[in-house]
Every structure is written in structure tokens, then in C-alpha cells.
Design a protein around this ligand. Structure first.
Ligand SMILES: Cc1ncc(COP(=O)(O)O)c(C=O)c1O
Length: 395
């Protein structure tokens, strides 16, 4: 076999993503794209804010000599300084440019973090439901994830995390607002998590790192805020990107920031910068770095996503679905009316509705809806959700 056995196995394990994609393409060709209600992808449909175009235009016009050359692996100093300034306000802890590495999206940031932190066999604790790529990212660097459950409303189960910590644990990874549940972890639970990690690190005589994957930080509703992890725990690292809040996923730009008081902070930064280089990213895209220098704090109109969330939540509740109202991100994670989420997702496909089974996020019995699609698609798809539920329950 040409492909390594491990990769073949990964292809097979994640084949439902491909199958969903293929099924979507087949249904669209058969019925026409406007008759297929595709809620399967977390690909933001809102255009980037107007300011992005303006800045892009002026940055291209002003391109200095060497604008397309290699640069330090951590990124442009000017960009890192702008990010440090912004993150200092966001996290309520003063960070400098020396704590920032510009990366190829949040995915690039997480891979640099795992590459630098994980020795073979070391573990990353994640709370289900979780973004499916985490398992692959940990494995890329010889590590593995250990999955723990959350509470019924998808908030952190600190008891489960405490139980899962063992001599191989190196990282606790959280994602808030969460993909796929839309849940936000509140200040109290983060403080308790920080206290737990301080106590566990002390007990084991080695540092546990808290990594917070926050690409949806600005996509929050009803006045909810995402609390600072830097205030909760000093051995913490933020990974994020401009993919979701500025709608730039194809541009592959993000960053990681290390808490300035983390143990061995200089060594950590050296590891992250080397990882950025040797993973083959070398540095984050130059043009986009020059653009985002002037875009700190920019965000699409979150009100558009909130209106869709409200429309969807109401429609699904009227149809009899059970779900926890998401506080952020652009996903819903309703309970499948029957325990077998994969078979229910197939029933929805018969209604030309594409969603992702919860099993793909470590939470069977649920399914994920991504509502980065127009209002009309949501409205037109709703009767199919109602019919599929009735059919599933034999009503
Ligand atoms: C929770 C989470 N983390 C990371 C990523 C990767 O983001 P990026 O495109 O910035 O690499 C995604 C993308 O969907 C995500 O949902």
C-alpha cells in the first residue's frame, strides 16, 4: 500500500466527513443546490468586514521592499506587537511581542504547541464534544488525547478532568465558545480548573499546561463574555485565528500567546518558534500578517449569526427537538431523537438536510448543525427537520 497504514486508518476513521461531502455533492447535482440544506460545514459565509478590504488595498499599495521575503519564524515584530497589545487588554494580563508567535491559523498554533510540548505517549485531556481534528493534531506529535465528558449542558466537568489526570498528562485543552456545542465556560469554572491544575502540577512535581483554543471568542450572544484563561492559570497558552471572527479561514492566519509568567517561558517560546519552522510552516503568511496588524479587534456582524441561532432554536424547539441554547460560535448541538445519531443523520439526508453526527465529536446521541448559511436555507430546511424527527420516532 502506498499510503502509510496509520494514515489509511485515519482516512477510514474520518470517512464520514468525506461521505457527507460526497453525499452533499450528489444531492445538489440531483435536486439543485437550492433544494439541499447543507449545515455540515463550519465555513463562515459572511464576508470579512469592510475594513479588511480597505486595509488589504492599502497594504498592497504600500508594500515595502522585501515585503515577500522570509522573516523571523515567529512573524513580523510589528504584527506581534499589535497582537500583544490587543491580547493584553482581552486577557487582562500584560503580554509582550516576545510572547506571541504568528501561525497558520488556530490549527497551525495547536500543532506548534503540541510539537513543542508533547513527548511520545504524553496525553492531552479534551472535554467532549470536541473538534475532531484535536486527535489528529496530538497524534501528529506522538501524543494522544484522553477524552472526558462534560455535564448535561456541556459545561466543564472538573471531577472528570481531575480523574483523568495521570502521570502521562501534559496538556489540558479547552475550546470556548465550543465547537460543536456553542457552550462558554464561565469564570468560576476556569478559576476552579486553574486551581485544580496548580494543585495537580504540585502533586506530580511537573507542570500541566492549559491550552485554550479560542477562534470563536468574539462570536458570542446575549451579552455573554469569554473569561480570561490567563487570569485563571499562569501556565496557559491561547491559540486562535482570524478564521471565524473576521471570516478569513482560507488565508490561514492565527497566533499563539504564552502567559508571560508561565514556567520556563523563554524555553517554551523557543520551542514554539522552532516548531513553526520545522513543521514546514516556516512563518505565517506575510501579506496577511501586515493586514491584521491594523485589524485588531475586528469582527463580522455577530447579530446576523445571533438572528439565525434564534430562528433555528425556535424552529427546532417547535418541532420537538431538545437542545441547549448555544451562547457562542455558529453551531447547534441538538439531541438526536433516537440514540443512533448516525442513522438519524441518514434520515435527515433523505430530507436533503446535511448535518454531522455527534459521534464525530466524541458525543454519540447528538448531531451538529452549522448555521453559517443564509436565513432562507434555515427556513426552507425546517419542515424536513420536523418530518425526520417524526419518522425516527415512528409518529
Ligand atoms: C474549535 C476549532 N479549533 C480550531 C479550528 C481551526 O481553525 P483555523 O482555520 O483557524 O486553523 C477550528 C476550525 O473549524 C475549530 O472549529
Amino acid at each position: 500500500m502506498a499510503v502509510a497504514a496509520k494514515i489509511q486508518d485515519a482516512i477510514e476513521r474520518s470517512s464520514w466527513i468525506r461521505k457527507m461531502f460526497e453525499e452533499g455533492a450528489r444531492l445538489k447535482a440531483l435536486h439543485g443546490p437550492d433544494k439541499v440544506y447543507d449545515f455540515s460545514l463550519g465555513n463562515p459565509d459572511l464576508e470579512p468586514p469592510e475594513k479588511f478590504r480597505q486595509v488589504l488595498g492599502s497594504v498592497i499599495a504600500e508594500s515595502p521592499t522585501g515585503a515577500h521575503a522570509y522573516m523571523p519564524n515567529a512573524g513580523y515584530e510589528e504584527t506581534r506587537a499589535a497582537v500583544a497589545d490587543y491580547v493584553s487588554r482581552e486577557q487582562g494580563v500584560r503580554v509582550g511581542s516576545e510572547h506571541v508567535v504568528m501561525t497558520c491559523g488556530a490549527a497551525g498554533a495547536l500543532n506548534c504547541i503540541f510539537k513543542a510540548l508533547l513527548d511520545p505517549g504524553e496525553e492531552v485531556i479534551v472535554s467532549a464534544p470536541y473538534f475532531v481534528e484535536y486527535g489528529f493534531y496530538a497524534d501528529n506529535h506522538g501524543g494522544q488525547i484522553r477524552v472526558v465528558s462534560t455535564k448535561d449542558d456541556f459545561t466543564l466537568d472538573l471531577g472528570a478532568i481531575e480523574k483523568a489526570i495521570n502521570s502521562r498528562t501534559k496538556v489540558i485543552l479547552i475550546n470556548s465558545p465550543n465547537n460543536p456545542s456553542g457552550q462558554i465556560y464561565d469564570r468560576d469554572s476556569l478559576k476552579q480548573l486553574g486551581d485544580l491544575l496548580t494543585a495537580s502540577s504540585k502533586k506530580m512535581g511537573r507542570t500541566l499546561y492549559l491550552v485554550s483554543d479560542e477562534p470563536y471568542r468574539k462570536i458570542v450572544y446575549d451579552g455573554f463574555e469569554v473569561p480570561s484563561i490567563f487570569e485563571a492559570y499562569p501556565n496557559s497558552i491561547v491559540a486562535t485565528s482570524y478564521s471565524k471572527d473576521v471570516s478569513l479561514p482560507g488565508e490561514r492566519l492565527g497566533y499563539l500567546v504564552v502567559h508571560p509568567e508561565a514556567d520556563e517561558v523563554k524555553g517554551l517560546m523557543g520551542g514554539f518558534v522552532l516548531a513553526n519552522r520545522i513543521l514546514g510552516f516556516v512563518n505565517a503568511p506575510a501579506l496577511m500578517q501586515r493586514v491584521v496588524t491594523h485589524l485588531q479587534g475586528a469582527c463580522v456582524d455577530v447579530g446576523v449569526y445571533q438572528a439565525r441561532r434564534d430562528l433555528f432554536c425556535q424552529g427546532l424547539a417547535d418541532a420537538g427537538y431538545e437542545l441547549v441554547k448555544p451562547r457562542g460560535a455558529f453551531y447547534l448541538f441538538p439531541k438526536s431523537p433516537v440514540a443512533d445519531d448516525v442513522s438519524f443523520v441518514r434520515l435527515l439526508q433523505e430530507e436533503n438536510i446535511l448535518v454531522v453526527p455527534g459521534s464525530g465529536f466524541g458525543s454519540p446521541g447528538y448531531f451538529r448543525i452549522a448555521y453559517c448559511v443564509g436565513k432562507k436555507t434555515i427556513e426552507s430546511g425546517m419542515p424536513g427537520f420536523a418530518r425526520a424527527r417524526k419518522r425516527a420516532l415512528g409518529e
